[in-house]
Design a protein around this ligand. Structure first.
Ligand SMILES: Nc1ncnc2c1ncn2[C@@H]1O[C@H](COP(=O)(O)OP(=O)(O)OP(=O)(O)O)[C@@H](O)[C@H]1O
Ligand SMILES: [Mg+2]
Length: 326
């Protein structure tokens, strides 16, 4: 009886060893096949999440060991030149990944712009179309009311009163959805308007302390407005906060903003990592900030409130790219 002996797979050499060996082969005249290995090594390094600094240091060490034993100046020059070619080939997957990332950020920015246009359209539809329908209902009621007996006239008056309230709320919501103040006067007046409405509806004091008064690029103003809007919605919906503080200030070419509540807090790491989570607010915030080159930090712990800190660069093409103003 034959016994099948399964050979153990040869353990894969560490990336450092493989790099040194392949570089040696290439500088010794390994040609295209060795260059192909440089590319594969770059891909492997990327999957193993090696940073560019780590790769540069690995290359530096490998080149040093090659050059050390080389006396002739000419030979050293040749070694350095072909090592440079090998390194450049190894980094090309990084270059491609970087380009992919830039494309993704660009797509995200375009998506946000489209979304913003759509929000604007809905806001106008709610404001204008629903408003006109309500006017039509008012006119129809006014027509039938004189012919109704007294008790029904009282009921119609009550219906009119309710319709007025619906109209008031719809106007308020449509303005909050995409406030014209945001375009006309900027994000600080816009968040003051938003905070005033939410504060009244939710009986939640919202304190605003902003030391920036100048207008900012459209992309930044829209991003800040949307983040504050989501943060305030979360503070009302989840935090059961007693107070919210919004601060905004400038640090050279950075716009900084913090939104803090004193509510129940949450485990932010768990919430961000939770598989199959349903909420989109925090993800959308993160994506909006990334798309214009900024950073968002969420600090929260159960029982200790929540603080969102945003830092957005005021210069660069992302800051000037939006066309949502106007
Ligand atoms: N200020 C806050 N205080 C307490 N918990 C919060 C706060 N902000 C977010 N959370 C927690 O983080 C989760 C994710 O928030 P996120 O805004 O992404 O989703 P959501 O509010 O549940 O849904 P959506 O925003 O899509 O309507 C929330 O469900 C909540 O548990
Ligand atoms: Mg939310």
């Amino acid at each position: 009886m034959k016994i099948a002996i399964r050979r153990k797979a040869k353990p894969r050499a560490g990336i450092e060893d493989e790099y040194r060996t392949s570089l040696r082969e290439y500088v010794a005249g390994g040609g295209e096949p060795a260059l192909g290995r440089a590319y594969e090594l770059g891909r492997r390094a990327l999957t193993e999440q090696k940073s560019l600094v780590e790769m540069a240091s690995l290359h530096h060490q490998a080149v040093l060991s090659l050059v050390c034993g080389t006396e002739s100046e000419k030979r050293r020059e040749k070694l350095l030149r072909s090592s440079g070619e090998f390194f450049a080939e190894c980094l090309s997957p990084y270059e491609m990944a970087h380009r992919g990332f830039q494309d993704a950020v660009k797509a995200l920015r375009q998506l946000n712009e489209t979304l913003e246009e759509e929000i604007k359209r809905i806001a106008y539809a709610v404001h204008d179309e629903a408003g006109q329908l309500l006017v039509a209902v008012h006119l129809a009621l006014a027509e039938v009311t004189p012919e109704l007996p007294e008790p029904q006239q009282v009921q119609v008056a009550r219906i009119k009163e309710l319709l007025n309230q619906v109209e008031k709320h719809l106007r308020r919501y449509s303005h909050e959805l995409r406030p014209t103040i945001l375009d006309d006067l900027g994000w600080i007046p816009a968040i003051r308007f938003l905070a005033e409405g939410i504060s009244k509806r939710a009986a939640l004091p919202i304190h605003i302390d902003a030391s920036v008064s100048e207008r900012l690029p459209g992309a930044i103003e829209t991003t800040l407005y949307r983040i504050v809007q989501e943060a305030l919605t979360n503070a009302v919906k989840h935090a059961k906060a007693g107070n919210v503080w919004i601060r905004a200030w400038r640090e050279n070419l950075l716009l900084c903003c913090s939104i803090r509540d004193d509510g129940g807090g949450f485990d932010s790491c768990q919430a961000q990592a939770r598989a199959g989570r349903k909420g989109l607010g925090l993800i959308a915030m993160q994506e909006r900030v990334t798309s214009i080159g900024g950073t968002l930090r969420i600090e929260s712990r159960p029982g200790q409130g929540t603080e969102l800190s945003i830092r957005l660069p005021l210069e660069g093409d992302h800051a000037n790219s939006h066309r949502t103003r106007g």
